[in-house]
Design a protein around this ligand. Structure first.
Ligand code: AGP
Length: 616
C-alpha cells in the first residue's frame, strides 16, 4: 500500500508533490521519490531515497527541480528491499519516461526475462521498473504514442496496480491507470491531479473522479480524458468530497483501527496474490536460497513457532495447519520465554518467527537464538527489510500495508493466511499434497476476501451488542481447537483498547477453574462454528448458561440450533474447519472496537501500549 501523488498545471510541482507525500506518508514509508518534467526542454529529473520522507527532503535540499508536471511516491515494499535503487519512480530504457506504482505485478518475472533477452538492463529488483521498460519498449515498437503504449502494456500485465507515468516527450501530460488498487483524480480549472487516495487531493480540490478498473486517464492542465484499455471513451465515478484532511487519512473512518478492520478483504487478497503457479504448485518466492532452502525445509522434523501478542495467537492457529497438512510436530512458544529456555534445536528444526513490525525485540532475539543453534529460521513479517526479515534465513511477507492502530487486526488475518500457505508449501515439498490438491486448496482460499467482507456486514448488529455489554466488569471468551487462539485474540483485542479485563480459555478448561468467575449476567463469547468439536462447545455453553452467563455465540451460517443455547449469535459463512479463524476473529475485532468506543477510549493509541515493542 504505497502513497502516490501526481500534478500537471501551472504551479511549480515540487512543493505540491512533497506536501502530498507528507499527507500520504501513513500509506507506506520505507522509501520515497519524485520525478519532475522540466518545462524548458522537457528534462526528466528523478530524486529518490530509502527511508522516511525526511531523507528525500534532505536529498532535495536546495535543489529546485523547476517544472510544472511531476509524480511523487512513498513506498511500502512488497518486491525488493527498501533501497535508493528500489525506490520509485523508475524509468524505462530510454530514460524518457518515469513510472510510479502501487500494487503487485504478478507476471513481472516473465516480462523481465523477455525484456532482458531483448537487451534491456535494470537498476532495481522491482516489478515497477519492469513495467516502465515494457511501456518504453512498446512505444518504440509502435507509433511512438505514449497512451497507446501504456494501454498495450496494461493488457500484458497481471496483478493489482495503480500506476502513473510522466514523459519528457509529452511534458504537460500524465497517463495513469488502475486495477484493484485505488487511484483518484482531482479536477481543477488550471490543473489536474491524481493520488492513491483522497487525502492527497483535498488541499487542492474536492472535485474528484474515482478511476475504475482497467481505465486509462490522460491528465493535462485543467482537463482529464478517460479511456478503456481498448482506447474507447470511458467514465469514472465523479463526486465531491467533504472530508477534512485528518478524516481523509482514515478514509472517512473514525479510527485507523476500524479502517484496518475493513481493509482485511483486500489485505488477505494481496497476501494470497501469486501464491499458486500455472501448474497448481504453491509459490513462496520470498524464500531466499532457492533449492537449498527447499531441500532443508523438506527435511524438517520439528517446528517451533515464536512470536508475541497477536502474532503469537496467529502462531497458535498455524500449529493446527502445519500439523494437519504437513504432518510435522509443532510447538508454539511466546518469544520472551523461548529465548530463555533450552529448546532442543537441530539443523532439522524449523523456527517460524512471526512479527507484523519485524522489530519486536523478543521475537528477533528468539530468531537469532535459533539460528545460533543451527535451526532454519523463516520469518513472517509485514515489513520488507525489517530487522526480523534480515535476521532470518528466509521470509514470507504478509501484504497488509502499514498497520497504524496499536491493536493489530489486518496483520493478524494476513499472518494466518500466510502461515496457511507455508503449511501447504511444506506439505507440497514433502509430497503430502499433490499439485491438483494444492490448486484446490488455494482456490478455496481465494474466496476468503469476499467471505470476510460478508462478515463485516454484521458490524451494525455487533455495535448494538457492544452497547449492551460495555459496562461489563469482565468478559470471558472460550473455544476449542482453532477456536482457542481466536478466543485468546478476542480477549486481547478487548482488554488492550477498552481496558476491560478479559480472558480467552480452552472451553474444556472451564470446569477446571474459570467457571467460578461466572456470575449472573456475566458476558461470555463462545467460538462454536461447525466442526468436530462443536458439540463439546455447546455443552460448555450450557454449563455457563446454567450459572447465569449471557452468551454470544460465533457460529456457522445455517446453524439455527445454536439459538436454543446462546442469547446472541453472529454468523460466519461455512468454510474448511481450519480456515474459520480468518472469519471468526472479525466479529471479535468489531466487538472490542465498539466497546472501546462506547467507553470513550483512545482506540488507536491505547494507554501504556506502543505499536512496536522494540525493548525487552
Ligand atoms: C496486538 O493487538 C498488540 N498490538 C501486540 O500484542 C502485538 O501483536 C505484539 O506486540 C507483537 O507485535 P509484532 O507482530 O509487531 O511483533
Amino acid at each position: 500500500m504505497c502513497g502516490i501523488i501526481g500534478y500537471t498545471g501551472r504551479e511549480q510541482v515540487l512543493p505540491v508533490l512533497l506536501d502530498g507525500l507528507t499527507t500520504l506518508e501513513y500509506r507506506g514509508y520505507d522509501s520515497a521519490g519524485v520525478a519532475v518534467v522540466g518545462a524548458e526542454g522537457g528534462q526528466l529529473r528523478l530524486v529518490k531515497r530509502a527511508g522516511k520522507l525526511a531523507n528525500l527532503r534532505d536529498a532535495l535540499d536546495g535543489r529546485t527541480l523547476a517544472g510544472t508536471v511531476g509524480l511523487g511516491h512513498t513506498r511500502w515494499a512488497t518486491h525488493g528491499a527498501p533501497s535508493d535503487a528500489n525506490s520509485h519512480p523508475h524509468t524505462d530504457e530510454s530514460g524518457d519516461l518515469a513510472v510510479i506504482h502501487n500494487g503487485i505485478f504478478e507476471n513481472f518475472g516473465e516480462l523481465k526475462a523477455e525484456l532482458v533477452a531483448s537487451g534491456h538492463t535494470f537498476a532495481s529488483d522491482t516489478d515497477t521498473e519492469v513495467v516502465a521498460h515494457l511501456i518504453g519498449a512498446l512505444r518504440e515498437a509502435g507509433d511512438g504514442d505514449l497512451v497507446t503504449a501504456v494501454r498495450a502494456a496494461l493488457q500484458r500485465v497481471e496483478g493489482a496496480f495503480a500506476l502513473a507515468v510522466v514523459d519528457r516527450r509529452n511534458p504537460t501530460t500524465i497517463v495513469a491507470s488502475r486495477r484493484e488498487a485505488p487511484l483518484v483524480l482531482g479536477h481543477r480549472d488550471d490543473a489536474s491531479l491524481l493520488a492513491s487516495d483522497v487525502a492527497g487531493l483535498i488541499a487542492h480540490t474536492r472535485d474528484i473522479t474515482a478511476l475504475l478498473d482497467d481505465q486509462v486517464a490522460i491528465l493535462t492542465p485543467g482537463a482529464i480524458e478517460l479511456l478503456d484499455l481498448d482506447g474507447r471513451p470511458a467514465e469514472g465515478h465523479r463526486y465531491t468530497v467533504d472530508w477534512d484532511i485528518a478524516a481523509a487519512a482514515k478514509q472517512g473512518y473514525p479510527h485507523f483501527m476500524l479502517k484496518e478492520i475493513h481493509e482485511q478483504p483486500q489485505a488477505v487478497a494481496d497476501t494470497l496474490l501469486g501464491r499458486v503457479d500455472v501448474d497448481g504448485r504453491i509459490v513462496v518466492d520470498e524464500l531466499r536460497g532457492g533449492r537449498s532452502v527447499e531441500d532443508e525445509l523438506r527435511s524438517v522434523d520439528k517446528v517451533y513457532v515464536v512470536a508475541c501478542g497477536t502474532s503469537y495467537h496467529a502462531g497458535m492457529v498455524a500449529k493446527y495447519a502445519i500439523e494437519h497438512w504437513a504432518g510435522i510436530p509443532v510447538e508454539v512458544e511466546i518469544a520472551s520465554e523461548f529465548r530463555y529456555r533450552d529448546p532442543i534445536l537441530t539443523p532439522h528444526t524449523l523456527v517460524v518467527a512471526i512479527s507484523q513490525s519485524g522489530e519486536t525485540a523478543d521475537t528477533i532475539a528468539a530468531a537469532v537464538h535459533a539460528r545460533n543453534q543451527q535451526a532454519k529460521v523463516v520469518a513472517i513479517s509485514n515489513v520488507v527489510g525489517s530487522s526480523l526479515a534480515r535476521a532470518a534465513d528466509a521470509v514470507l511477507y504478509t501484504r497488509a500495508g502499514p498497520e497504524i492502530a496499536v491493536a493489530s487486526t489486518k496483520a493478524f488475518t494476513t499472518q494466518i493466511v500466510a502461515l496457511d500457505v507455508l503449511a501447504l508449501y511444506l506439505a507440497q515439498l514433502r509430497g503430502a499434497l499433490f499439485p491438483d490438491e494444492c490448486r484446490d486448496h488455494l482456490a478455496r482460499r481465494a474466496a476468503l476476501p469476499a467471505l470476510i467482507a460478508q462478515v463485516l456486514e454484521s458490524e451494525p448488529a455487533i455495535a448494538e451488542l457492544a452497547r449492551t455489554v460495555s459496562a461489563a466488569r469482565y468478559m470471558m471468551f472460550f473455544g476449542r481447537h482453532v477456536g482457542l487462539p481466536i478466543a485468546m485474540e478476542g480477549a486481547l483485542k478487548l482488554k488492550e483498547i477498552s481496558y476491560v479485563h478479559a480472558e480467552g480459555f480452552a472451553a474444556g478448561e472451564m470446569k477446571h477453574g474459570p467457571i467460578a468467575l461466572i456470575d449472573e449476567g456475566g458476558p461470555v463469547v463462545a467460538l462454536v462454528t461447525r466442526g468436530h468439536v462443536r458439540g463439546k462447545v455447546v455443552s460448555n455453553i450450557q454449563q455457563v448458561k446454567g450459572r447465569g452467563a449471557v452468551v454470544l455465540a460465533i457460529a456457522t451460517e445455517g446453524d439455527t440450533e445454536i439459538k436454543e443455547h446462546a442469547d446472541h449469535v453472529v454468523y460466519v459463512p461455512e468454510v474448511h474447519e481450519l480456515l474459520y479463524p480468518v472469519l471468526t476473529v472479525v466479529p471479535l475485532q468489531l466487538l472490542g472496537y465498539h466497546i472501546a468506543v462506547q467507553l470513550g477510549r483512545d482506540v488507536d493509541q491505547p494507554r501504556n501500549l506502543a505499536k512496536t515493542v522494540t525493548v525487552e
